[in-house]
Design a protein around this ligand. Structure first.
Ligand SMILES: Nc1ncnc2c1ncn2[C@@H]1O[C@H](COP(=O)(O)OP(=O)(O)O)[C@@H](O)[C@H]1O
Ligand SMILES: [Mg+2]
Length: 333
């Protein structure tokens, strides 16, 4: 069928810059720790597997000639000392010309706020976030930080100032502490513990025999999906960046833990801009702003109470469907 023949390169277009970027962080961590992370056989092997994956993807690009053209300017402006505001300004974007994914999309997020991005699968939530990292550039319009077009900043600076936690994440052979702190050279244990507490990971880590020194991997401890997701949130939080994106990394947490993570982030995020993508209503309603996305447009924007006050509101309908139809608990897998 034609869908699958289109989707294979589609997936790779997204993966390549993402993998490249993660590999950068991984290599950086190894260099800075004098190879401590890479010493185990498992880590070395994973590293080479990742490289294999990367090479395979690069080759696919060569064949398909689809390489994204995201580059830093020759003379980038300095990254703002304090991030005050992020903005998507009348952004149009399509992966394939005939299928628009984002259409004249406007969104503003201020420092100190948590914005929940809500919408059906395929509505463009991850695409929207990937523009912030310059994995893709808008076809029309712009993404701006403090009014400066991202294209005028260095790609490295943007990514150094943005942390992201995804639903699926890569853990490597090494201790839990290494897995949380690998992106930061010579990081203090205190900072790792602090990030783990924000991510509600500290409690299960402390319950393990080796605590933060517990080895993960084939011969080490196996973690549940929810535990892995909490490590990936801690890994993002520990980077201490002014911009944090959580793209469904709470999908396997129960509703109570997801809410605890969010309320921790509210404290932590006072000087930051936080985006949270989740399907869980109990968490969404706590966000400062809800951006309700439908077919690549933000059709409603406001707090839970604002949006619930709209008689014929789309968000209100979504909430009613969620609470009357399937109980929320059913989604907590
Ligand atoms: N790399 C890609 N290449 C082509 N199409 C893509 C790619 N990534 C996502 N899409 C398509 O873009 C639309 C939005 O996807 P996405 O941003 O992942 O939505 P969401 O995160 O809301 O589920 C979907 O129709 C999806 O199939
Ligand atoms: Mg997504």
């Amino acid at each position: 069928n034609e869908g699958s023949s289109l989707n294979v390169p589609a997936v790779m277009v997204f993966l390549v810059p993402f993998v490249a970027w993660n590999l950068g962080a991984f290599q950086f961590g190894r260099d800075q720790t004098g190879g401590a992370i890479g010493q185990g056989y498992g880590a070395v092997r994973m590293w080479s597997q990742l490289q294999d994956l990367f090479i395979a993807l690069e080759r696919a690009f060569f064949v398909l000639d689809l390489e994204p053209e995201v580059k830093s300017p020759d003379d980038p402006e300095p990254f703002p000392v304090a991030v005050e505001q992020l903005e998507w300004r009348t952004v149009d974007f399509a992966y394939e010309p005939s299928r628009p994914v984002l259409e004249s999309l406007d969104l503003v997020a201020d420092v100190g706020t948590i914005t929940a991005i809500v919408g059906a699968t395929g509505s463009g939530k991850s695409t929207l976030m990937s523009m912030l990292l310059r994995l893709y550039d808008p076809d029309q319009g712009a993404v701006l930080i403090n009014g400066i077009d991202l294209k005028r900043l260095s790609v490295e600076d943007i990514r150094a100032n943005t942390a992201i936690a995804l639903q699926k994440n890569v853990l490597f052979t090494g201790s839990i502490a290494d897995n949380i702190g690998y992106a930061i050279p010579n990081i203090d244990r205190d900072r790792i513990v602090e990030a783990a507490k924000i991510a509600c990971a500290d409690e299960f880590i402390e319950a393990l025999d080796g605590g933060y020194d517990t080895e993960l991997g084939e011969r080490g401890v196996k973690l549940s999906t929810g535990q892995r997701q909490r490590l990936s949130i801690a890994r993002a939080v520990v980077r201490d960046t002014p911009i944090l994106i959580l793209d469904e990394p709470t999908a396997s947490l129960d509703a109570v833990n997801e809410q605890r993570v969010l309320s921790n982030l509210e404290q932590w995020g006072r000087q930051r801009v936080v985006f949270l993508i989740t399907h869980r209503l109990s968490t969404i309603r706590e966000a400062d702003t809800i951006a309700f996305l439908e077919e690549g447009r933000i059709v409603e924007l406001g707090s839970h109470d604002d949006l619930m006050g709209r008689e014929d509101g789309r968000y209100r309908r979504f909430v009613q469907a969620e609470t009357t139809g399937r109980a929320e608990v059913i989604r907590d897998d």
